[in-house]
Design a protein. Structure first.
Length: 160
C-alpha cells in the first residue's frame, strides 16, 4: 500500500462561484483560481498523486497551460483516479479536513461525498471534516479556505 498527503489553499473573492468537492455552495464569495479553484478536489488529487509518487498537481495540470483555464477540478481528480488504476492501485481511503470560517460547510458534506464518488472512489471510502480556524489568521478573517487530505492506495493485484 501507499500513502500520500495533499494540501491546498485558495483565496475567497467576489464574483466567483464557490465550488468545493464538486458541489456549488451559495455564498457571497467564491474561490479564486485558474481552474474552478475546487480546493478539496485539488488537495485530494495531490494526495493521490503523492501516493503514486508522480509529482504534484502542477506537474499534471500546469496552471501556465491555457488548457486548464476554468477546468472542472472534479474531472481532473477523476483522471488521476484513473491514472492510479492504470498504475495498479485503487483508492482505499481518503480523509480530509476543510478549514473555512464561512460559509458553514457541514450541511454539504454528504453532497460532496456523493459528487466525489463519481470519480470512481466509493462514497463510503471518503471522509470529509469541516472546521473553522477559531477566527485566527487569514482563514479566520474569511480571506481564504484551506484543505488537508490523506490518501491510502492499495494494489489491485494479489502481490503486495
Ligand atoms: Mg488549488
Amino acid at each position: 500500500m501507499r500513502i500520500g498527503t495533499g494540501y491546498d489553499s485558495h483565496r475567497l473573492a467576489e464574483g466567483r462561484r464557490f465550488i468545493i468537492g464538486g458541489v456549488e455552495i451559495p455564498y457571497e464569495k467564491g474561490l479564486l483560481g485558474h481552474s474552478d479553484a475546487d480546493v478539496l478536489c485539488h488537495a485530494i488529487t495531490d494526495a493521490i498523486i503523492g501516493a503514486l509518487g508522480l509529482g504534484d498537481i502542477g506537474t499534471h495540470f500546469p496552471d501556465s497551460d491555457p488548457k486548464w483555464k476554468d477546468a472542472v477540478s472534479i474531472e481532473l481528480l477523476k483522471s488521476i483516479v484513473d491514472l492510479a488504476k492504470m498504475n495498479g492501485y485503487f483508492v482505499a481511503w481518503i480523509d480530509s479536513t476543510i478549514i473555512a470560517e464561512r460559509p458553514k460547510l457541514s450541511p454539504y458534506i454528504e453532497k460532496m461525498k456523493a459528487a466525489l464518488s463519481r470519480t470512481g472512489i466509493p462514497a463510503g471510502q471518503i471522509n470529509i471534516k469541516a472546521k473553522t480556524n477559531e477566527g485566527m489568521g487569514f482563514i479566520g478573517r474569511g480571506e481564504g479556505v484551506v484543505v488537508h487530505a490523506v490518501c491510502l492506495l492499495e494494489k489491485t493485484e494479489k502481490e503486495r
